[in-house]
Write a protein that binds this ligand. Sequence first.
Ligand code: BGC
Length: 457
Amino acid sequence: MPVTTRSTDPSRLPRFPADFRWGASTAAYQIEGAADEDGKGPSIWDTFVRRPGAVRDGHTGDTACDHYHRFEEDVALMRRLGLDAYRFSLSWPRIVPTGAGKVEPRGLDFYDRLVDALLDAGIEPTPTLFHWDLPQALEDGGGWLDRDTAYRFGEYAAVAAERLGDRVKRWITLNEPFVHMSFGYGFGVHAPGRALLLDALPVAHHQLLGHGLATAAVRAAVPDAQVLIANNCTPVRLRSDARTDKDTAAASAYDILHNRLFNDPLLQGRYPDLSAYGMSDPSWGGVVRDGDLATIAAPLDGLGINYYNPTWVTAPADPAAGLPFDLAEPEEPYERTAFGWPVVPDGLTELLTGLEERYGAALPPVWITENGCSQPAGLDDPARIDYLAGHLGAIADAMDRGVDVRGYFTWSLLDNFEWAEGYHQRFGLVEVDFATGLRTPRASFEWYRDLIASQRS
Ligand code: BGC
C-alpha cells in the first residue's frame, strides 16, 4: 500500500513559505563517540549500555559515528543538502563532567568549533541542552527524581548559553521529557533503567522545572534568543471495534500522560487532571511547589514537536493492573517502517490541528523538531522518500488549516546509535558504516537536497 498518493517529485510538493526553515536533527550520545575523551564525564547512557541485555547485541555509543572527530565532514554534508538549520544536542557531561561545579573547557571548545563550522556553512546552529545523557554523578544522587537536578540543569544551561550565545540564537531545552520519564524511569528500557511505573511521575515535573530554569538562564545570557522545547506528541486513536465509554476514557487518560502532562503546564500554567492515575493532590504529595508552574510556563518562542506515529489504545483488560489504558494495534494495514512503526502521515495533521484547537492563542509557533523513519540498510530508500513527502504534505495541510509551522528537522542526518536498538535501526539520510565511519548519502539525501533547492527557486 503506498504511503501517500501525493507525488514525491520535489518540485510538485506543496510550496512552503519563503522563510520556512529546512533542517535535520541528531543527538550527542547517538553520534559523537569520544565517550571519555577530553575530560568528558560518564553519562547514564555510558553506564546503561554496559548492563547485560540492556542494548541489543551489547552495542554502545563509545564510538558511534565518531562525529566528535569527523564533524567537519558532517557539516560539509549538511552544506551539500542546503540545510538552513541543524539541530544537535550538547552533551551535559562533556561540558560539566559531574553535572555540577567544574566546567570542562575542552568540551565547550568542541561545540565552539562545531558552531563556527555551521555558521561558515550558512547553517543556523540549533542545540538541544538535554537529549537524555544525564551526567552519571547526578543520577547517583537521584537523577530527575531529585528536584536539585532541575537547578543543576539551569546552571549548566547558563554555562552553555554564555559561551555560545553570541552565535547561537535558537535554543531547545529538553528533548522528549515524556519518553525520558517513561522509558528511562517508568519502564527501565532506556537509561537510567529504572522501572518505577507511576512513581516516575516526579521526573516529569523536575524536567519541566529544569526547562523553566534553563529558559530563564538562556534568556539572561542571550536576550535575543528564541527558546523552544521538543516534545514527543502523538494523536491518540481508538479502533472501530473498541469505542465504548471505557475506551474513550482510556484514550483521554493516555492523552493526558503522553501529551497534556507536558503541554498543559508549558502553555497553560497548570497540570491536567491526573485522577485517572490516582493523583488528586495538586501538589503531587509536595513535588509541585509554589511558583514552579509560573517558572515552567514562561512564554515559549516555539513549541518543538517530534512526531513518529499515532498511538492506539483500549480500555485496560485488567483495570487492577495499574495503568488506565492498554496499548493496541491499529486495525488498518498501514505500511510499517523497519522498526515496525505504522506510517501515518495524516496523524501529523491531526496532531497539529488538535494542538491549535486545544491551546488556541496560547500555542506558539510550531517547529517539527523530529520526523523520519528507520528503513533497511542500503542506499536506495524509496520508502523513506515516501515517508518524508507524505509527512511534509501533512504539515502543509495543517498550515492550510491555520497552524503556524516555522520549520522541519528530519530525523536523522546520519544513521546512528538508536538507543536500546543499538545500530540495528537506520534513520539516516546518510548511511554510516560503523566499522570504518564511512558516510554515503542515500537517495533520500539527494531527494531532500532537491526539495530544499526547489522550495528556494
Ligand atoms: C528521539 C531520538 C530517536 C528517535 C527514533 C526520538 O524519540 O528523540 O533520539 O532516535 O526518536 O527512535
